[in-house]
Design a protein around this ligand. Structure first.
Ligand code: CP
Length: 338
């Protein structure tokens, strides 16, 4: 198998240089106009899902197929053996196969491996290490793409950047409000972690609003503060969504689970029961500067965001979802060296 990898693995969007990221975004825009139907001819991509997906699964498979490649989808619940991740362990537990062996074998069949790893959900300090995806990256002989780990969702951030660029043009000094939204179930902070760093890297001013106790990962916040400081961007984090939405060009709605009650479903449910007022409505949107609404989906209608906003003329939700396809095509071409 001949390989020419300009990117070895994509675990977070930080793995791509500014120059290459700009090239991927430019290529995404071109791919929207003209397809490249034979660019991946003879190439095979494997997708391994340890958790559910609608957009990532479909858009990635469609991207490979529309470029003339072949995709193979494997679900952990039904398609392959339970896998052991620990090195040097005596494998006398339920898992009959080691990630090391599975990664080595799949690398002999495939040109790229895209993985949505399992997340244990017991302790944030453990899950934030993203060992599930790093084990594949360590043992695979082909590039590994993260399709959403506990900490990062680089493919969503790539599509979000494309959507922001298409809608706002130059992003420097444009104002992004990331507003926490109520959900009865726990959802990951990965989308927001990736979005936050991507937006600051493109010189956007960012305000984040969430209820008390819903702070993002402290190391990601440190990285964000450092990026904001070095690029001269505004970064404000607080508990007032109306203040965050004031003058915003984009309101990005997202629910994420509290990291302080992570792994404690009873405490988590009790905290979340007190956050129902955290919904994006027309009144909140009106505080922005003709603000657009973004949401990575799936979205709980009339709980996270009102129908009026989601179906209104300033909603970018479906464009964001569509851009998963175009940006992943460009990324695949970049990774596979075509
Ligand atoms: N936004 C996103 O990743 O959607 P799925 O979880 O459905 O793939």
């Amino acid at each position: 198998m001949v390989q020419s990898h300009s990117i070895r693995h994509l675990i977070s969007l930080q793995d791509i240089s500014d120059e290459r990221l700009a090239a991927v975004l430019e290529r995404s825009l071109r791919l929207k106009e003209i397809g490249e139907p034979t660019s991946l001819a003879g190439r095979s991509a494997g997708m391994l899902f340890f958790r559910r997906s609608l957009r990532t699964r479909t858009s990635f498979e469609a991207a490979v197929n529309q470029l003339g490649g072949h995709s193979i989808n494997l679900n952990a619940s039904s398609d392959f053996w339970e896998l052991e991740a620990r090195t040097g362990t005596i494998m006398d537990g339920p898992a009959p196969e080691h990630i090391k062996d599975a990664a080595a074998v799949l690398s002999r069949y495939l040109d790229v491996l895209a993985i949505r790893p399992a997340v244990e959900g017991r302790a944030w300090q453990t899950d934030r290490r993203d060992e599930g995806i790093w084990a594949w990256a360590q043992h695979a002989g082909v590039p590994v793409i993260n399709m959403e780990s506990a900490l990062w969702h680089p493919l969503q951030a790539l599509a979000d950047l494309l959507t922001l660029r298409e809608t706002l043009g130059e992003l420097k000094k444009k104002r992004l409000a990331i507003c926490w939204t109520h959900s009865p179930t726990t959802t990951s902070a990965a989308v927001v972690h990736s979005l936050l760093l991507a937006a600051l890297r493109h010189d956007m001013d960012v305000r984040i609003a969430h209820p008390r106790g819903y702070d993002l990962d402290s190391i990601v916040l440190d990285q964000a503060a450092e990026t904001a400081g070095s690029r001269g961007c505004e970064l404000e984090i607080g508990y007032d969504r109306e203040a965050a939405a004031e003058g915003a060009h984009v309101v990005y709605a997202r629910s994420w689970q509290s990291l302080s009650d992570y792994g404690n479903p009873t405490l988590s449910a009790s905290h979340r029961a007190r956050t129902r007022e955290w919904q994006i409505t027309e009144d909140l949107m009106a505080r922005g500067a003709e603000a657009h609404l973004m949401h990575a989906m799936p979205v709980r209608r009339n709980l996270e965001v009102s129908d009026e906003v989601l179906d209104g003329p300033r909603s970018l939700m479906y464009l964001q979802a569509e851009n998963r396809l175009h940006s992943q095509k460009a990324l695949l071409l970049e990774i596979l060296g075509r």
